[in-house]
Ligand binder design. Sequence first.
Ligand code: PLP
Length: 401
Amino acid sequence: MIYLDNNATTAIALEVREAMRPFFDDNYFNPSSMYGVAKPVKHAVESARELIAGFLGASYASELLFTSCATESLNAAIFGAIRANPERRHLITTAVEHPAVLEVGKSLQREGFDVSFIGVDRQGNLNLGEFVRELRSDTLLVAVMHANNETGVVFPIERLSRVVKETDPSILFLCDATQSLTKLPIRLDGNFRNVDMLAFSGHKFHSPKGVGGLYLRRGTRCRTFLIGGHQESGRRGGTENVPYIVGMAKAIECAIETHNDDRKRMEYLRNKLETEIVQQIPNVEVNGVGAERMPNTLNIAVHYIEGEGILYQLSDLGICASSGSACTSGSLEPSHVLTAMGVPFTAKHGSVRFSLSRYTTENEIDFVIEKFPEIVARLRRLSPYWDQTTNKPRESQMPIQ
Ligand code: PLP
């Protein structure tokens, strides 16, 4: 198997599995328990908090809350901010967010909140003029992703958060760093110093699914979202998922050691794949090309064929990738990200995302480079929009957009 769907989820690192094991076995105690044997369990959770908070450049370990996933962290941040600041009813986000923010925004809109969804250009870059114009005296919160899960396009969080704070320091800035954490530099005492809240998920960087984090800068007005026990200093009820928290910290520790090298290697392999595909196949383009992108992501638009067909054929060869559109999940709606970018109909439905990890090898990439052009040629032979004799698109058959 060749796994190139690491923006969906990643393999659990061996070191992470080993680090978690004792907390599934003998150290199963509740970290809140008073007896002696539970003390190392509590200590493991707090050490994990310190390690991750240090990696992020947080001033205090207590600014980091453990959650079950990025979706929970993002919901907790948005709804917690709304509850703490009921007088403000305007939110700003972008048209290309993950549903964990986008759908919350739409749902709030239905409840009567005013939500601005900032658009992007053809490369996927945020419309900065529109962003600045939308900042208002009643704006409560700005929620913007760092890197896009579909295209890998990176938004200029340092600049956006600075503009927000220069306009009105009381506007809260929430960043969804789910795709970028460990792949791009993030320092809450540096480039992210104007970010108030930051969300992430462990399974995107080689720890298990079911654990995430929410950074809440000290003093940020945000009410408890998950009300229950006194865990997480009373800010998130629920017994801590100790093995997974320990595993997530281990994954960060591994990333601290290797992330610079990993980044360079992934970028080299991604660029190789991209260059070869673009050179070998006519009528393909790279979604997000020209914008700053994550080093591991390639979203390739193959005009005149269905992405779903490409995925099936890749899958037959043991290659796991994903489609830019939601077609694979049973809906025929094309990707909201590619739609917002104005990707034409003939490419939007044929877009495929390859996402690499530190474990991706050059041999794997070479295999994809060998097979991908054959797959595209085979599917184009069946496409009503493709003329075999000229090896060019058949313009008269083009669908109306
Ligand atoms: N935000 C982004 C950018 C994502 O890519 C994802 C997951 O793919 C999420 C949020 C939600 O993460 P989770 O499913 O772990 O809650």
